[in-house]
Write a protein that binds this ligand. Structure first.
Ligand code: FMN
Length: 314
């Protein structure tokens, strides 16, 4: 492909199930708080958007520490969905964000009816561009992962939440499943508008000297560069199984990482762990995608979606 595009002429706009995004880079749920923590330091409105920390019906305390640790190529966490609760988010956190920031709300609960109630409370909130159902937290004792691991339970969850909201509904899938394609089809069949994948991969670390798990919870969620190939594989397989737009997540640390997700079929991406060492990473990744497009003569970022080339036969 030839180069030759001049500055400013790459169209970075994209979309996710009815949500228009000014560019494909969002910050991942749980890694950017409610945005308010970051907005004094980063121009969040220059990103495609943010996905706020998962919200439950009532405020929720997290696990006791140690609940976060480094791994050779990432992070293991068992925060366990500590959050202020949906009403405080709507009342206090959302109005404190600059108006130009596109906000997606993430919904988590431990029972079906409670998931639906959180969706209902967010339904009429104008600032919320879409809901992302967290059906996949890898280290919560009640709820969490089992909603995302059994296709029948996942179907019931998506059906129930679909009835509870008119907003665009994305479902965030767990990588801790046998067939991501099957789970993607379940979501499509129940009326989801898009998929986000992946959440963290279940992991465990051991302190051999104390003969204890490093995290008090035992299990944690592995995120960061270690999970990038797993996430790419799952986006690739899900994109071939359904027509739904996909938001790719997992270990993205550069514009080229993000482009790889787009080529595998993602319409947008979310970045998480990298922001702990580089708070401005989202904007650098957006710039990296733009630089890639210019270098390869791509006028519209949408042209990259699913554009992976097959190897020649033989
Ligand atoms: C500290 C931490 C907290 C997280 N909290 C949430 C959460 O509340 N809801 C959710 O859907 N995902 C949560 N995640 C998962 C991320 O949104 C993302 O799916 C995962 O970290 C993979 O992306 P990454 O490798 O870019 O971090 C959390 C991840 C981390 C590291």
């Amino acid at each position: 492909m030839g180069g030759g595009l001049v500055s400013g002429d790459v169209d970075l706009s994209t979309g996710l199930g009815g949500v228009a995004l000014r560019n494909p880079v969002l910050l991942a749920s749980g890694t950017c708080g409610y945005g308010t923590e970051l907005s004094p330091f980063i121009a969040l409105e220059q990103l495609g958007g943010i996905v706020a920390k998962s919200l439950t019906l009532a405020p929720r305390a997290g696990n006791l520490p140690p609940r976060i640790t480094e791994t050779p190529a990432g992070m293991l966490n068992a925060i366990s969905l500590e959050n202020v609760g949906v009403d405080a988010f709507v009342r206090e956190k959302l109005p404190a964000l600059p108006a130009a920031v596109t906000v997606l709300a993430s919904v988590f609960e431990t029972e079906l009816e409670r998931y639906a109630e959180v969706c209902k409370r967010l339904d009429g909130v104008e600032r919320v561009a879409a809901l992302e159902l967290n059906a996949s937290c890898p280290h919560v004792k009640a709820g969490g992962i089992e909603f995302g691991q059994d296709p029948r339970v996942l179907a019931e969850l998506v059906r129930t939440c679909r009835r509870a909201t008119t907003r665009p509904l994305l479902v965030k899938l767990s990588p801790n499943v046998t067939s991501i394609a099957e789970m993607a089809r379940v979501c499509e069949g129940e009326g989801a508008d898009g998929l986000s994948l992946i959440n963290a991969v279940q992991g465990l670390l051991v302190d051999v000297h104390r003969r204890r798990t490093v995290l008090r919870n035992g299990l944690g969620g592995l995120s960061g560069p270690a999970i990038l190939p797993i996430a790419l594989r799952m986006v690739f397989q899900a994109a071939r199984a359904v027509k739904l737009p996909i938001c790719g997540i997992g270990g993205i640390a550069s514009g080229e990482d993000a482009v790889a997700f787009l080529l595998c079929g993602a319409s947008a991406v979310q970045v998480g762990t990298i922001t702990y060492t580089q708070p401005g990473a989202g904007i650098e990744i957006r710039d990296g995608i733009e630089a890639y497009c210019r270098q390869h003569g791509v006028a519209r970022v949408r042209d990259l979606i699913g554009a992976l080339e097959p190897w020649p036969a033989g």
